[in-house]
Design a protein around this ligand. Sequence first.
Ligand code: MIC
Ligand code: SF4
Length: 651
Amino acid sequence: MAKSIVQKILENHIVEGKYEQGKEIGIRIDQTLTQDATGTMAYLQFEAMGVPKVKTELSVSYVDHNTVQIGFENADDHKYLQTVAAKYGIVYSRAGNGICHQVHLERFGKPGKTLLGSDSHTPTGGGIGMLAIGAGGLDVAVAMAGGCFYLSCPKVIKVNLHGKLRPWVAAKDVVLKMLDIFTTKGNVGCVFEYGGDGVKSLSVPERATITNMGAECGVTTSVFPSDEVTREFLRSQNREQDWVEIVADEGAEYYKEIDINLDELEPMAATPHSPGNIKLVKELEDITVDQVCIGSCTNSSYKDLMTVVNILKGRKTHPNVSFVVAPGSKQVFENIAREGALTDLISVGTRIAESACGFCIGNSQSPKTNAVSLRTSNRNFYGRSGTKSANVYLVSPETAAAAVITGKMTDPRKLEDMGIEYPDVKMPSKFHIDDSMFIFPNEIKEDVEVYRGPNIGNPPQSESLPETIHGEITIKVEDKVTTDHIIPAGSKMKYRSNVPKYSEYLFEVVDPTFHDRAEKIKNAGEHNIIVAGYSYGQGSSREHAALCPMYMGVKAVIAKSIERIHNANLINFGIVPLTFKNEEDYEKIEQGDKLEIPDIRNRILNDLPLIVKNKSKSIEFEVNYNFSDREKEILAIGGTLEYMKKHSKNA
Ligand code: MIC
Ligand code: SF4
């Protein structure tokens, strides 16, 4: 039978279940990655599992998110991560080595392998032909301990790319087009598999830009074939031996197929405050721009930065623009520096930032009040930049560079009128490679003592599922509430390993009174319940969006729909994700209503209908749930950590 790329890789890794769309499967994970903001908790959970060494082929711990280090907290976390890595056989990528996804693509990604990462943009690895999936830290800890990763066997959507991008139109515009077509909701359980004659015209970093932002559509992952272009990239990284060819079989069947003609695309932008609000740049022309930020795991490769440098060389940053560049990795940084391009950037008036997430996560470079900020990153959620009144537009490096010169939103094709030629940057045949910012576990021989600074607390315990949930709707939110709304990153991210402190910021952007109200309800021995619209929990993989609510006594979320990673995180921490059977019931209930979900434990375990009683309004409504037997057991016992402990004891 003719097979898709997705089917080939999944079938090679299935440990439990069968390749049958919609059914839960358990797969073996070859590689894991963590970053510091999610990794600290993931390793604390891994330690709690009592496994002496990681059981994957490769696990890498990156430090790229919390590198600002105002106060001791971040540096303490880094040291914890370094010592844990040495102890358990994990490669440690030091702060300064770059953003996890860019570095992993350069140095470790292998076609045909599975990669699980505690970051939602892990699908970047799909650019090199891996099946790379983002998950909560606890799922990654389980994979490091040798457990399966469970997912719903996906609906594979084939995206046929035709032709070739025209000058000034970039890979970013391809994925913005995908967002225009698929939007940011309704794609749970799907995977994008790219193919068609247009694929060969895209370099690996361009493919990675496209797979990176598939995360914004909410798909499980995106994947490109592994072909001669992949081989060349691996050769340039001195890793040709890691190459295998992976292409879809002729006649493979898909859930759906779409076609995109690359030569018809135009420069695009995601407008405030969602990556799904797509417009053509030419429709936005003349908007005054205050800030331009180039970097993030979406667009910070050698090719991206050399394109920008070639556009800007010999010119100066517009006086009203603050222009920041954060190279994606030390390798990118060093290679552009060795070619003299760093000097060109400095001379343009660029504010060079560290090779890290930086501006993308709002822990530096927050723009001024009411600013328009053009960014090459992947998320422009409300408040994420650190300035609530700012308007963030997501664009290609070409469009970003044009605004650096003009000080306004400019279709980069217009640069030709200013005598600027399109810089057709070629990938180098060999990168300058220096792996000295990694610490490989076999370099450390002696017994390692794990360092735990005062910021490191133990993961909080969750409670088993009660017979009846009774409590209050502590918060009712609308559609597309992201994990950035649930628990902010930015300057608060340093409390990731201190759950009681971090929980104080729950729903800060939406309703800063949430924490105190939830605490009161919890202290009164009642449960907190969250009610939401469509696509609840979209965006990041941060499990704190479930862990902190769990700590505050949230026991159920009732939504119109819930996104994949967040849904899994809720289950991992013993919070029951439920959806309205009749969506009109969402309108009939209010924040503050007293709810009761009688007999919930028995009903879920025995697949019986579940009724929610609204005591305040004397009405009741039915809710849906969809749990595998494994998930039911996890919920009943009170979370994955408890489940793992029980099963490792029984093993
Ligand atoms: C993000 O881009 O939102 C983050 C910060 O990288 C998150 C992870 C986190 O919150 O630590 C993600 O994408 O998963
Ligand atoms: Fe870092 Fe931004 Fe990428 Fe998240 S999206 S991993 S914060 S660069």
